[in-house]
Design a protein around this ligand. Sequence first.
Ligand SMILES: [Fe+2]
Ligand SMILES: [Fe+2]
Length: 180
Amino acid sequence: MKINKEYKEITNDILNDKNFIKLKDDNHHGSNRYEHCKRVSYLSFLIAKIFKGNTEEAAVSGLLHDFFNGVTNSTDDISYLTHPYTSAINAKKYFNINENEENIIKTHMYHYALVKHAFPFINKREKVNAKDYKPTSKEGYIVCLSDLLVSIYEVGVFKVRYKACLYFIFLINLFNYYGG
Ligand SMILES: [Fe+2]
Ligand SMILES: [Fe+2]
């Protein structure tokens, strides 16, 4: 299919890069961060196509928006609010990204910044000025929206499935215990 071929040509180098592949080691929303970034990238690419945005910038920054290793919030540089900056530093270090792509990566947590601005009691340790996370381009809003939609999907599908398995195992053990 023509769209898939175009998407592959844009993203192939990054998807096969040894540093990027390391994201497969990180658990993310019940899946891994490599798959999460791929989903955000592909959805961003499609939305950019529909709304006549820059498909290449949307796909590339979608892929690199969470380009860091480790568990989110485990250290200061990969907290909910700092990981976009860490990802942008890594993206610049390993790939030839342009200024807009850098800004898209840095502002992809605008959805979280808005929620945190409205409800400051969430994660009190970190203060936020939502304006600092406001996307500066159409593609920035697209990646931010895609990240939100994909995250909701992943938490729904993978975590619920994981919990369902745990409950199932628990019930089997319970039946085994009382049954015999
Ligand atoms: Fe992120
Ligand atoms: Fe993300």
